[in-house]
Write a new protein. Structure first.
Lengths: 354, 354
């Protein structure tokens, strides 16, 4: 079975490389530690890859797209039709993730893992539909257990294809009207924290909309009773196809010793599932940013991940991840291109004052 | 007089452009406001420039370098010799600011505005020495009033040269062993906040070193009694040549309607002086990051500037500013390259739930 094989293939990162990389960083012409999180980032990426990279990572954003039956309950500020429309926007390169990925030299791969419409086979779209949107989780499970496995395994396969093509860094992306609702449900179950804390305004609900969304999630959890100890059960009952896909890609990347840059709240929900399957994959995750979506900060805290950016983003698609890819590149360039004290003939720090 | 002419030439930014730019941002295919600070940044840069730019800003980091007589008191973890050594490192491209400027496509211009050594006239170095380091401010004024004016006017001239060469975005940079001591003194005077709050470990002092540094700053303020209502007096008594240079470049950039990306704590001290001369120049400032240096956060708060990044940097040189230039570029690309709802045929938000 692909899923269990992938989980088994994930090895711990080589922590001796963290110290080794830091030792070089400490010889560069700057006060020790003065590049803060850039230094931490360089060391982590090197430890994940298992070696100092000979070139900058080849980066790809995998943007998984799917619809959510729960939109029937009126939990989003946008109509479901936007999911499919945004796929066309992605393919034409006009969405925010396209702009920001180009900016950092990353590719965007768009995966239809469950859009409610038939989009045909346009160039550039990877069609791996598990279904035409999930079912309404407020009335019963969002998907079958088989579909949940299929979603995760699809994510694994899509990630493996990217790795085969030479990618050495993957970033999560997603689009799907209704998916902050599914993510809040997953986050509530997986973190054990209050539903209110995990549920935010998504694409821009007003107070009444937010109250409604919380009530719908409460109903979904009551109707389905997902088992917090079984990530597959949680995904099937209150998840989404794109969330399963992202969980799978995280596992596959970790199994291939490739860093995964997490985007926002929905990516975080996928990470909760992946980490539940295999806690080791946490070490392969880079939290790009903390978003304006209410549940994101406590979710990251639960995962033990410190976000790199806080720019009040709440768009998804992989946008925040792109900005963090830029920081990864900057960190690795610092590591590779800066002169050491010795090379530059610069004096090192004086002995302590006492 | 160049200084007063420059101050007079600074006009308020065109705030109608903020709203106009936001109106376009709101038509792009994303929930309104969902790119958070990137949207704010795009609108601000457009309002500063006075028009939507037809291309990305041409960016230059001006790295002013000078020595500080107060190092005689033993207030730095590094010897003064490092200032001149780092100039050679800058010229060879091996310092952190070189790496990060290359990363974002910005130029670095290194200005010897008062290094204690004679560096000759090597290629790439702009030599505008006001003196061979400042005097020890713990014993008397760091420089004469005339030197202070000359430092600021040098910054103005260097910035004007950059503008003449086609630069449309300037970033502050600096290097000078001892300059967090001068900056903490300036910040204490200009913000009226406690010396302890404004004084940090610089390049890495231990507790004893920090206590000593605070005592030296206290002495400098007692000996000199700088007048908080007279920025030139403050600069002369407890400042530095590179700090004066940066204050001048901020004024010149604002007078030419060009955004200034502020680097760290020392740049912040220069900004305090510039804003005291002309409060309008605040609107031209972009705070790149909040550093790990203790006084930086309260200093930015005093200026009313919200930093874009928090990566625990504390290196200076212009390094944090480079990372923020990347965000400016990303913001402007979003503004220019994203499709509108109409162009992409994407439905807009539903009416509110009630």
């Amino acid at each position: 079975m692909i899923l269990s094989d992938t989980i088994r293939a994930i090895v711990p990162i080589d922590t001796t490389l963290l110290a080794k990389a830091q030792a070089r960083l400490d010889r560069l012409t700057k006060p020790v530690g003065s590049l803060g999180r850039l230094e931490e980032l360089a060391a982590r990426v090197i430890a994940i890859l298992g070696a100092e990279p000979s070139q900058l990572p080849q980066s790809m954003v995998l943007t998984f797209v799917a619809d959510h039956g729960v939109t029937a309950e009126g939990i989003s500020a946008y109509p479901s039709s936007v999911t499919a429309q945004m796929v066309w926007n992605f393919l034409k390169g006009g969405a925010a993730v396209n702009v920001l990925a180009r900016h950092v030299g990353a590719q965007v791969r768009v995966v239809d893992i469950g859009v409610a419409e038939d989009l045909g086979r346009p160039e550039g779209l990877v069609v791996r539909k598990i279904g035409y949107g999930t079912k309404n989780m407020a009335r019963g499970p969002a998907m079958t257990c088989e579909e949940a496995i299929k979603a995760v395994e699809t994510g694994i396969k899509v990630a493996l294809d990217a790795v085969k093509e030479g990618m050495t860094l993957l970033a999560t992306g997603e689009m799907g009207i209704g998916n902050t609702t599914a993510s809040a449900a997953i986050a509530t179950v997986m973190t054990g924290q209050p539903l209110e804390r995990m549920t935010g305004r998504g694409t821009g609900l007003d107070d009444a909309g937010l109250a409604k969304k919380r009530q719908v999630i409460h109903q979904a959890l009551t109707v389905n009773r997902p088992d917090p100890h079984d990530p597959l059960d949680v995904l099937a009952k209150v998840g989404g196809f794109e969330i399963g896909g992202m969980a799978g890609m995280i596992l596959a990347a970790a199994a291939n010793r490739i860093p995964v840059v997490l985007d926002g709240f929905i990516a975080g929900a996928a990470a909760l599932l992946a980490v539940a399957w295999q806690p080791r994959c946490r070490d392969y995750l880079i939290a790009s940013h903390v978003s304006d979506e209410r549940g994101h900060a406590p979710l990251l805290q639960h995962l033990g991940l410190a976000p790199l950016l806080d720019l009040r983003l709440r768009l998804g698609e992989g946008t925040g991840a792109c900005l963090a890819i830029n920081l990864v590149q900057a960190a690795l360039k610092v590591y590779r291109e800066m002169a050491t004290f010795q090379e530059a003939g610069v004096d090192e720090a004086l002995p302590p004052t006492r």
